[in-house]
Design a protein around this ligand. Structure first.
Ligand code: PEP
Length: 251
């Protein structure tokens, strides 16, 4: 059975003292079992401190982005080598806010996914459609294409380890959630696409999260769906209490 993966994406929120306090608040309360994995996706500057604080606990620490090169003249960027060096385990790639505001493309996402695996980081790859695309009935084609491009050139073993987050853009930070059936239908389609490019055995192993206004009140229904293996959560992951409730829902 696939484990549930709950990742809290803090985006550009919290100063260091708040970030540290969050780990102190949750670290002894995260369920200690193989059913659920809890990940905190924090701003770069907090990562060394959070990795240190989370040592020996069940909380994993993720970056929210990275460059695909190991080093070089890329002012303001952070490389996979640097993330690995400080003990980060995961990295969010292709979040819709990166695609919209920072010119992230399917091609750069693919390069970053390769770079992540080259440095033993687990990528959490975000895909999802706009409201216009959903209304034009383009969701499955678009999301399928994003998934194929993100996974291009990976080995089957790497695909099996990739976490894919289906996040309809119209549901991010808006309070609007896709119905659990609609979310599951797209997540099942993502699994079909993974099967097409690899095999049924690999597709069955891939963790597919849903993201978009997930909160304690709707997480149970979403996680009860056949193809939703966790959640990527923005707003509701900022408070330690609600993050814990989300993780407990997956346990
Ligand atoms: C996100 O940041 O990926 C997200 C889904 O945000 P929210 O939960 O606030 O909609």
């Amino acid at each position: 059975m696939r484990k549930k993966v709950i990742a809290g994406n803090w985006k550009m929120n919290k100063v260091l003292a708040e970030a540290n306090q969050f780990i102190d608040d949750v670290k002894d309360k995260i369920p200690n079992n193989d059913n659920v994995e809890a990940i905190v996706c924090a701003p770069y500057v907090h990562l060394p401190s959070l990795v240190d604080k989370a040592k020996g606990t069940n909380v994993k620490v993720s970056a929210q982005n990275m460059h695909f090169e190991d080093n070089g003249a890329f002012t303001g960027e952070v490389s996979p080598v640097m993330l690995k060096d400080i003990g980060v385990t995961h990295v969010v790639l292709g979040h819709s806010e990166r695609r919209e505001y920072f010119a992230e493309t399917d091609e750069t996402v693919n390069k970053k996914v390769h770079a992540a695996f080259n440095h033993d980081l687990t990528p959490i790859v975000c895909v999802g459609e706009t409201l216009e695309q959903r209304e034009a009935n383009e969701t499955k084609a678009l999301v399928g294409d994003q998934v194929k491009k993100a996974l291009e050139g990976l080995s089957e073993a790497q695909v099996a380890k990739t976490i894919i987050a289906y996040e309809p853009i119209w549901a991010i930070g808006t309070g609007k959630t896709a119905s659990s059936e609609d979310a599951n239908e797209v997540c099942a389609h993502v699994r079909e696409v993974v099967k097409e490019v690899t095999s049924e055995e690999i597709a069955e192993q891939v963790v597919i999260q849903y993201g978009g206004s997930v909160k304690p009140a709707n997480v149970d229904e979403l996680l009860a769906q056949s193809d939703i293996d966790g959640a990527l959560v923005g707003g509701a992951s900022l408070e330690s209490e609600s993050f814990l409730q989300l993780v407990e829902a997956g346990a």
